[in-house]
Ligand binder design. Sequence first.
Ligand code: ZN
Length: 160
Amino acid sequence: MQCKCCRNEVNYEQGVCPVCGFLLLGANNMPAEAVAQHKKQVLDKVTLAVKLYTYEIEDEEVKNIQENWKQVGTASVLDFEKIYWLDCGFEEIVSAESFTVTVRMSQNGTEKEQQFTFRPGKDFCRANVGLKLADGFRLQVAAGTPENSLCSDAVNMIQG
Ligand SMILES: [Zn+2]
């Protein structure tokens, strides 16, 4: 069966979901609000930030490259199968052969950084960055536009 909360494949006899701690016994009679509340509680413990690059072009040369973090907030803003688009200025960088998005995940005072590299190809002339929730409370990074996007592999967000 699938955990109603994180959608991980679980064995009913385990009693609670090994990924998110959701009670599996009686889960079928659980009201939707209780599922939503547990989901929010788990994801509220993870804070996300995305590293952005900004730069200026002077005399056709890239100058003044700066890095800074864009705070996303807690992971409870994310949803399954729906990309949460960030307002990131990756529009010009995608003319490069590949570009990398770094996501920082913080939970209980520990931080983990994960890099996602995209090879967009020539047709990809604009790119925004978005985040998406995958089964088991994993994270996927999307790049592109709502009409045409690439999605990364899913990585674990929740530390067990
Ligand atoms: Zn679960």
